[in-house]
Design a protein around this ligand. Structure first.
Ligand SMILES: NC(=O)C1=CN([C@@H]2O[C@H](COP(=O)(O)OP(=O)(O)OC[C@H]3O[C@@H](n4cnc5c(N)ncnc54)[C@H](OP(=O)(O)O)[C@@H]3O)[C@@H](O)[C@H]2O)C=CC1
Ligand SMILES: O=C(O)C1=N[C@H](C(=O)O)C[C@H](O)C1
Length: 243
């Protein structure tokens, strides 16, 4: 039994990568490859929608998919905790949505390690850098990392004082600094300041091929999933995945 996949954002960088994966992997067949020129209804009849577009399109595509009885993998960034909470309310009981801020194994592990370190340091900032064509900032990975750091702590982090005007965007008390530079693919540094020491957890994506294994894992898991699952942590057997 193959999984019939619809791809929204199929003409983009991630979409093309996903089409290549589907083309060469016997586990999947392509049901529809959608760009901005297509009706979202073209996804209907697929088993799974994988969405790699931009947030406003993603929200509409997910609604069409759930109303049409598809399971969903969301790769698009911008699905923060508030949006995910609202999404959880409208997922039918027999359907599943995997929200994957980052498909790369190294990034999943880096965020997991940052979550482990979070309760030991009261000073933490995130620096993320991406290619100059990325439309959003801060990155979805950085937002999710900040949210998980905050959730892992017993006490809230102190946000920067109002007169500090260049401290990035503060997400759940964590300042997030974004760079958009030609030549970069994706990089994230989580910096923890302690007494007489600094801890840095750094991950760099060198090539989009880093996303392939995670995309495959998510597509295979989607038909058996129910409710909303955030990140690949649980699928990789990482402890504390629910936080
Ligand atoms: N989870 C992860 O590991 C990763 C997530 N991402 C995220 O995936 C998303 C896509 O990234 P990327 O592929 O680099 O982006 P691109 O800009 O290369 O592609 C965007 C895609 O969205 C489509 N699109 C844009 N507007 C619309 C619309 N109004 N209706 C339907 N489709 C539309 C485009 O179609 P058209 O060509 O017709 O304009 C295109 O196919 C981003 O949110 C990015 O942050 C990226 C890398 C990894
Ligand atoms: O747009 C990108 O390129 C990426 N987007 C995702 C994000 O916003 O975190 C994942 C990865 O960092 C690449």
């Amino acid at each position: 039994m193959t999984i019939a996949v619809a791809v929204t954002g199929a003409t983009g960088r991630m979409g093309r990568l996903i089409l290549e994966l589907i083309d060469r992997d016997d586990a999947f067949t392509l049901h529809a490859a959608l760009s901005s020129a297509d009706s979202l209804d073209a996804m209907l009849g697929a088993d799974v929608l994988i969405d790699v577009t931009r947030l406003d399109v993603s929200e509409r595509a997910v609604d069409v998919a759930l109303e049409g009885g598809l399971d969903v993998v969301i790769g698009t960034s911008g699905w923060d905790a508030t949006r995910i909470g609202a999404l959880a309310e409208r997922v039918p009981a027999d359907r599943g949505v995997l929200v994957v801020p980052n498909f790369s194994l190294g990034s999943v592990l880096a965020t997991h390690l940052a979550t482990t370190a979070a309760r030991f340091f009261d000073s933490v900032e995130i620096l993320e850098a991406h290619h100059e064509r990325k439309v959003d900032s801060p990155s979805g990975t950085a937002v999710r990392t900040a949210e998980r750091i905050a959730a892992a702590r017993d006490t809230p982090l102190d946000p920067p004082a109002a007169e500090q005007r260049a401290r990035g965007e503060v997400v759940d008390g964590v300042p997030v600094h974004s760079l958009r530079l030609r030549g970069v693919v994706a990089e994230q540094r989580v910096l923890f300041g302690g007494t007489g020491e600094l801890l840095e957890i750094r991950h760099e994506t060198l090539d989009q091929s880093a996303y392939l294994a995670g995309i495959r894992t998510a597509l295979l898991a989607a038909p058996d999933s129910t409710g909303v699952t955030v990140g690949l942590d649980a699928l990789l057997g990482l402890d504390g995945a629910a936080r």
